[in-house]
Design a protein around this ligand. Sequence first.
Ligand code: E4P
Length: 218
Amino acid sequence: MKFFVDTAKIEDIKKANDMGVICGVTTNPSLIAKEGGKSQEEILKEIASIVDGPISGEVKATTVDAEGMIAEGREIAKLHPNMVVKIPMTVEGLKATKVLASEGIKVNVTLIFSANQALLAARAGAAYVSPFLGRLDDISQPGIDLIETITAIFDNYGIDTEIIAASIRNPIHVTDCALAGADIATVPYSVIEQMTKHPLTDQGIEKFQKEYLAVFGQ
Ligand code: E4P
């Protein structure tokens, strides 16, 4: 399973990239809005100068018609060769996906909450689908079941659309997604940091340092 970082915060993107574990970035309108009024275009260009991999930028939250999404998608794609256009999972979104994909633009269909939505998005030509794990857990539906089901269906038919497990909230989500066969997990930087930690690692380092210093000194 590959890792993307799920944020528009440049500082966190740099930290995740420097760690050497991520190969892409996802953003969404809420994440962009958190960045103090900087335009999406400015943020996406800056991200593209840091990370050499797929970078998802979403069409405006207020754009609901296919024509509007297509026009915005073309503009997002022009920003950098690594741009991926994020389109919401609606009928209009599917129409836009079909057109953009036929132009060679990579589309990430987002806000996927059922296997049928994922299958439709794949058939419309999406390069990626983003099932939202945490938001399903929030309403007491096991999000991981959805990742497993989509993986099984895509395997049945040799569908090469990649599954990005999204709305990841904790390290257990990450492990579960890897077991379920997600191609990618898009993870907030705070969760990537949590994944690096184990108390026995810290204790081990402390013990090695203490025992080494006792014999060799500084
Ligand atoms: C996916 O690409 C979204 O940006 C994201 O994972 C949403 O996560 P949330 O449910 O924590 O907002």
